[in-house]
Design a protein around this ligand. Structure first.
Ligand SMILES: Cc1cc2nc3c(=O)[nH]c(=O)nc-3n(C[C@H](O)[C@H](O)[C@H](O)COP(=O)(O)OP(=O)(O)OC[C@H]3O[C@@H](n4cnc5c(N)ncnc54)[C@H](O)[C@@H]3O)c2cc1C
Length: 407
């Protein structure tokens, strides 16, 4: 069958045109390499996907000149403050302007905009090809077990892409991870999240992220562009069926218990179940991100919890760390051996930062899950203690949002 398939040759074949895959494609094409990015969807339009971009990534997007393009389109919203209320009372407030080393702030960039800008920029380089409406169905390998490319189905039928390096950037349900034979484990977390968007209430400013906690339930409220609010309501794991059985009016009641200001907006704009998206929360651990000829990046290598909005950040950081290593290896006479060394080095470079995020998220997940009255009191006291010590608060927040040291 493969003899009949169309064939394409590239230095690098990237599966998945999300933030990680497109940034990697752009960085490699900029360096003069031939890259094919295979993306299953026909359009960039995505609802409820990584809109909060962490300030370190915003700083890098600035350096690459991409933030200017995004800003020129006007499609973004900056966050200056983060507020946690617990049990109806303010518990912790952070102003990012007090901790940012260079004025950069967390920024809400609709993912469609980010992906369009990355793809348009990449398309300026002759070595870059984006194949849309194409899905990977298998990996190609040589007799010695090295991955040599990917078999895809696409608009024009089956296609075999032969490449020195194949990159799995296909997200939290990665087929490449499944096909690679690399061991991995998935850990479901104790809750799911329902996401929806409503207009921002008039009384609310458009640059404060609000987290409201009530015992073991919480809601995240993130102002985004254009003047709207992205809301994530936590529900018990697998609890959507029960939420639906109770009806939309009951859901409106749950939301307004956290934020009475949202009452009119949810009654007007949350009128069908299709207005909601379910995020099934799990994390994935992949002990080895690579094997000869193949490497995983972004969610495919390390699906994280949505807490603190770090998924896009790590996908972009992965791409930016991997590109120069791969570029140098491709220029070497023994490129396959050098590529194997490069992808091993890539994991060594990136894994500590990913693990730091995972630990912080786990601690926060545990705190969110506390239900008994004494445990909730301890959590509230802990938030207030941190809030009362600016040096501690700033140190903790810098570790999460500004770990990158830029020259
Ligand atoms: C509801 C929700 C809200 C989120 N909010 C935030 C947030 O505010 N901030 C944040 O930082 N992160 C957020 N995340 C996480 C964030 O979206 C991801 O961490 C980030 O997009 C990972 O980037 P990626 O490039 O690794 O993968 P993805 O963005 O998932 O991209 C993978 C791409 O691969 C394509 N693909 C999949 N399978 C195949 C296949 N077989 N063949 C070809 N293509 C394929 C997909 O269509 C997709 O375009 C959110 C996630 C969800 C689900």
């Amino acid at each position: 069958m493969s003899e009949q398939n169309a064939r394409l040759r590239a230095d690098v074949c990237v599966i998945g045109g999300g933030p990680g895959g497109l940034m990697l494609g752009l960085q490699l094409a900029r360096r003069g390499h031939r890259v094919v990015v295979v993306e299953q969807s026909a359009r960039y339009k995505r609802h409820f996907r990584g809109e909060s971009v962490s300030p370190d990534s915003v700083r890098l997007l600035h350096r690459l000149g991409l933030m200017d393009t995004i800003a020129a389109r006007g499609d973004f919203a900056r966050t200056t403050r983060f507020e946690i209320s617990d049990g109806g009372a303010p518990a912790l407030r952070v102003d990012f302007r007090d901790i940012s080393p260079d004025g950069s702030l967390p920024t809400e960039i609709p993912q469609q905009v980010l992906l369009e800008v990355l793809a348009e920029e990449a398309a300026r380089h002759p070595g870059f090809t984006l194949l849309r409406r194409s899905s990977v169905i298998d990996l190609l390998s040589s007799a010695d077990g090295r991955i040599t490319g990917a078999r895809c189905t696409g608009a024009d039928g089956p296609l075999d892409i032969h490449a020195d390096l194949t990159v799995g950037a296909d997200g939290r349900f990665s087929s490449v991870l499944e096909l690679s034979g690399l061991p991995f484990s998935k850990r479901p977390l104790g809750r799911d999240v329902l996401w929806f968007k409503v207009p921002l209430p008039d009384a609310w400013d458009d640059d404060t992220v609000r987290v409201r906690i009530d015992r073991d339930r919480h809601a995240l409220m993130l102002p985004t562009h254009p003047r709207s609010l992205r809301v994530g309501l936590n529900i018990p794991k697998g609890g959507l069926k029960q939420v639906r059985a109770q009806g939309l009016a009951a859901l409106h009641g749950q939301i307004t218990a956290f934020a009475p200001e949202l009452g009119p907006a949810v009654r007007t704009h949350l009128t069908r179940w299709s207005d909601l998206s379910l995020l099934d929360i799990f994390t994935t651990s992949v002990p080895r991100w690579s094997r000869p000829g193949l490497v995983l990046i972004g969610d495919a290598a390390h699906t994280l919890s949505p807490i603190l909005g770090q998924g896009v950040n790590h996908a972009l950081m992965d791409a930016l760390a991997l590109a120069p290593l791969v570029s140098r290896a491709l220029a070497a006479p023994d490129r396959h051996r050098q590529l194997t060394a490069a992808v091993t080095r890539f994991q060594k470079l990136r894994e500590p930062a990913v693990e730091r995020t995972r630990r912080t998220q786990s601690a926060q997940e545990r705190a969110f899950g506390l239900a008994s009255a004494p445990a909730v009191r301890v959590r509230q006291q802990a938030y207030r203690l941190v809030d009362s010590q600016p040096w501690l608060k700033h140190w903790l927040w810098r570790r999460i949002y500004y770990p990158l040291r830029l020259a």
